[in-house]
Design a binder for this molecule. Structure first.
Ligand code: ARG
Length: 466
């Protein structure tokens, strides 16, 4: 359908076509064609505004909008021919529009530059994608909350320094991640206020001589307002960086969850059984069931950080205003988008099917003196200053270790030899269940706190339903 065309941006000024290698190096349509929907929506809003302002006739604007609808249809029917000689998505769409509607197509770019056009398209695109991320994060929080709701009575060791520290409920552990992913979603929502600011009307860099109405374009596109400074509008990509930072944090949280899952799946702990669909075998060791999905997710986190750092590096030396370097904002973002979206979906699926093994978790509570703090608190409760209680408990732990016993297996005489204030009621506070049940402070692992965390997260899930 489309005939080979020469570049309209070279019109008049240049002799001959660009070298093939130069074209291959500078074209962006191979990846920025994904912006077509935003580009068309932006152009239609621009055309209607031009008509409202009397810069174009109403019929002309209507012809442009109809033509752009047809271009969209061709793209979605996959019959549109993307031509690298036309450099980017913007010129490809404008050239086809002009083929379809004739001379009036050449009026679309009145009062506009590709510099404000691409900034608008990418703002709309990044906003759409980060909205998707937020929905995926919501789904992940939902599964964590669901599984936490059924895990308040399942106890396992909580670690610091990867050493047994104190007993926690599995619910508390899962809800820690739910809180992180909720913040990730909220962070992206906050960024969206700044992403959805329309740069259209900044033109190349200095504004324009046409009596444009940028605010009405912003309103029509459902954005939050317009740029305050035309040079800023075309030259900054901080909105992409905010999104990439949000993506990096979400990947970092996913990666830590992966680290926990990998650890839990190790037979030495055996706290979980990986769903078969999410694990892989070894080519040589027949017994192996490897947590490859979790490992790859942890590995791919580096890629997303890479996208953030790559764009930060691209930006740092750029003088005002638009520089072609800015075209390098898209590929890192698209890669990060693919990686994060897939990772969030996979983690949600994995968590839905992951089998928790409460017996192994409880057995692990027997190792590592997780209830030592309970004994120290018990002594402090009998008027012994905490620092001394801590010390006495240390002696008890050493004694138990020497006898090959747990703290609660130490006979009362042994305990009383260390501190005569200890009574038989000490054994009741040394059980894992008591240690969790007695942690009644807000945000702690006790059941009232877990219930209130779940209530609060469910309220949030309802509030961000769509
Ligand atoms: N493909 C370009 C980009 O992504 C579009 C803007 C081109 N503007 C220009 N002045 N060459 O940045």
């Amino acid at each position: 359908m489309n005939q080979p065309r020469s570049s309209p941006v070279r019109g008049g000024r240049f002799e001959g076509e660009a070298d093939d290698l130069v074209l291959a190096y500078t074209q962006s349509v191979a990846f920025d064609h994904v912006l077509y929907a935003q580009d068309i929506a932006g152009s239609q809003a621009h055309a209607r505004m031009l008509a409202r302002q009397g810069i174009l006739g109403t019929e002309e604007a209507e012809a442009l909008c109809r033509g752009l609808d047809r271009v969209r249809e061709e793209i979605e029917a996959e019959i549109f021919v993307w031509d690298p000689r036309l450099e980017d998505v913007h010129m490809n769409i404008e050239a086809r529009l002009t083929e379809l509607v004739g001379e009036v197509g050449k009026k679309l770019h009145t009062g506009r530059s590709r510099n404000d056009q691409v900034a608008l398209d990418f703002r709309l695109f990044v906003s759409d994608r980060t909205r998707q991320w937020r929905l995926l994060l919501r789904g992940l929080v939902a599964i964590l909350v669901e599984r936490a709701g059924k895990s308040a009575k399942i106890l396992l060791p909580g670690y610091t320094h990867l050493q047994p520290a104190q007993t926690v409920s599995l619910a508390q552990h899962l809800l820690a991640y739910a809180a992180m992913f909720r913040r990730d979603a909220e962070r992206l929502e906050d960024s969206d206020r700044r992403i959805r600011v329309s740069p259209l009307g900044a033109a190349a860099l200095a504004g324009t001589t046409y009596p444009l109405d940028p605010l009405s374009v912003s309103r029509e596109l459902g954005m939050n307002g317009v740029f305050a400074n035309s040079m800023d509008a075309v030259s900054d990509r901080d909105f992409v960086l905010e999104a990439l930072f949000g993506a990096s944090l979400a990947m970092m949280h996913l990666s830590r969850l992966c680290a926990d899952i990998i650890l839990w799946a190790n037979p030495a702990l055996g706290f979980v059984r990986l769903p078969d669909g999410y694990s892989t075998g070894s080519s040589i060791m027949p017994q192996k069931k490897n947590p490859d999905v979790a490992e790859l997710m942890r590995g791919k986190t580096g890629r997303v950080y890479g996208a953030l750092l790559s764009l930060l590096a691209t930006m740092k030396g750029l003088p005002m205003t638009y520089n072609r370097d800015l075209q390098e904002d898209k590929e890192p973002f698209l890669d990060a988008d693919r990686t994060l979206s897939l990772s969030l979906r996979l983690m949600t699926g994995l968590l839905a099917e992951l089998a928790f093994l409460p017996r192994a978790m409880r057995a692990a509570l027997q190792r590592g003196f997780l209830n030592a703090t309970e004994l120290a608190d018990y002594l402090a409760g009998r008027g012994i200053p905490f620092r001394r209680a801590h010390n006495l408990t240390g002696t008890a732990v050493a004694r138990a270790e020497a006898l090959g016993l747990t703290l609660e297996e130490l006979p009362l005489e042994e305990l009383r030899a260390i501190c005569p204030d200890i009574q038989a009621d000490v054994y009741a506070v040394l059980t894992p269940d008591a240690s969790v049940a007695r942690r009644t402070t807000p945000g702690g692992t006790g059941s009232a706190s877990v219930r209130s965390q779940i209530r609060c997260l469910k309220r949030w899930l309802r509030a961000v339903q769509n």
